[in-house]
Design a protein around this ligand. Structure first.
Ligand code: ATP
Ligand code: MG
Length: 396
């Protein structure tokens, strides 16, 4: 029987000097956690590659392969057949393994790689020999070194030889949990789930905070947000979702403040509550889905105001993206279809007819002081509840 393994190629991680070992171990640990539902695998790092080796015939290789494609820090994923490091064994394996992999393909090339320099054949000689085996065992296929449909790679490494046909792109970025933790302000929209996934791609562990305004927003709106968080777990693995009620704050703003300031005032409350939550749960940045100029609350003047009320860095990875670009990312991360389901958001409750797009900080603060800010913050924070979403039930 052919012995197959999954090889995951490191991305940027390779370049990270002194930090390199932390990144490697974060990546290996995450792959181990991700492997749990698919059986018993031996997972280890060697020569810029993570080896994922099934330990028995019950392992779900297809499931593991798909999961590996969603692990940040990996640039390329492939399945490879393994054999002893001698040319007879490699040729025999190529003859047995490749015809099925190359069926229906028109052109190929072989890339021989010899990291063990004591191996008697050079990389070019390996390529030639295996090219010959393919031409004689796969019907109708031709060599094309410039623009092949498939590249077959034969690698002679320290322990074994590996043969693979093609490689798929991995998720890229840096391994999750390698860059600290950030608190995502998660609405039910398209943008904030994307913002969370983008920061997770930079190695951040994501914690989420959602604001609701029950009964002005419904139970279904909250469920939608929970579903989005669950979908994000395909890439983010685990997300604690905190929910805070803004109902009383919104009623107080409606009853006491000028209507055109509602939006910006509400955002100030959101940011202040988010900062509190971030400090309690040891998150060192806030993350939002804002995109410059997209709506009234996302003008530079409004962003300046909301930034000025918190003392944590605020990351807005979508800030320079167009809506079409954000949608493309949302499709990639698998959150788009849920995000477009109709729902109410607390931002759409008591929406002013003419929100201030160029608020001055002094004017905003004067409006804000018409309500008892600190008491409202305490009261709202006390409504917080937390649910945990996981990529699979036993993920730890
Ligand atoms: P999204 O598509 O993420 O909902 P949006 O384009 O609707 O964004 P806004 O409603 O102005 O924009 O919200 C801007 C950002 O503020 C959101 O991306 C999100 O980070 C945060 N936010 C808005 N509403 C909520 C909410 N109900 N709970 C938590 N965060 C929110
Ligand atoms: Mg929104």
């Amino acid at each position: 029987m052919i012995e197959e393994v999954i090889l995951c190629k490191f991305g940027e991680v390779v370049l990270k000097g002194a930090n390199r070992q932390n990144f490697e171990s974060a990546l290996v640990k995450e792959l181990r956690r991700r492997a749990t539902p698919y059986g018993t695998f031996k997972i280890y790092f060697k020569q810029s590659t993570v080896y994922v080796e099934p330990q028995d015939e019950f392992c779900d290789m297809d499931g593991m392969y798909e999961a590996a494609k969603k692990v940040f820090g990996i640039v390329g994923v492939n399945r490879a057949a393994v054999c002893e490091k001698n040319m007879d064994a490699i040729k025999a394996l190529a003859r047995e393994y490749l015809p099925e992999k190359l069926a229906g393909k028109r052109t190929f090339k072989v890339e021989g790689k010899r990291s063990d320099k004591r191996f008697p054949l050079t990389s070019i000689e390996i390529s030639k020999e295996i090219g010959g085996v393919i031409l004689s065992s796969v019907r109708g296929i031709k060599v094309d070194v410039k623009n092949p449909e498939v590249t077959v790679t034969v690698e002679v490494r320290d322990d074994n030889a590996y043969i693979r046909a093609g490689q798929e792109a991995g998720a890229g970025g840096l391994p999750i949990r390698s860059s600290g933790r950030g608190l995502l302000l998660l609405s039910g929209g398209i943008d904030s789930p994307v913002a969370g996934c983008m920061m997770a791609k930079r190695g951040m562990e994501i914690e989420a905070l959602h604001f609701e305004s029950f009964p002005y927003t419904s139970e279904r709106a909250r469920e939608k947000v929970m579903q989005l968080a669950e979908e994000m777990c395909e890439f983010c693995s685990r997300i604690h979702v905190h929910v805070i009620s803004l109902t009383h704050i919104q009623e107080e703003l409606r009853d006491n403040c000028q209507e055109d300031y509602f939006t910006i005032l509400l955002r100030i409350f959101m940011m202040r509550l988010a900062e509190r939550c971030a400090r309690e749960y040891k998150c060192h940045a806030l993350i939002t889905g804002e995109s410059l100029g997209q709506v009234a609350s996302q003008t530079l003047a409004a962003i300046e105001v909301t930034d000025s009320v918190v003392n944590l860095p605020v990351f807005r990875p979508c800030i320079g993206l167009d809506k079409t670009e954000i949608i493309k990312e949302a499709r990639h991360y698998g959150t788009f279809e849920t995000a477009i389901l109709p729902y109410e958001d607390c931002c759409t409750v008591f929406t002013p007819r003419h929100p201030k797009t160029q608020p001055r900080i002094a004017d905003v603060m004067a409006e804000l002081n018409k309500v008892d800010v600190e008491a409202l913050l305490d009261e709202a924070y006390a409504t917080m509840t937390t649910e945990t979403k996981l990529v699979y039930p036993e993920y730890r």
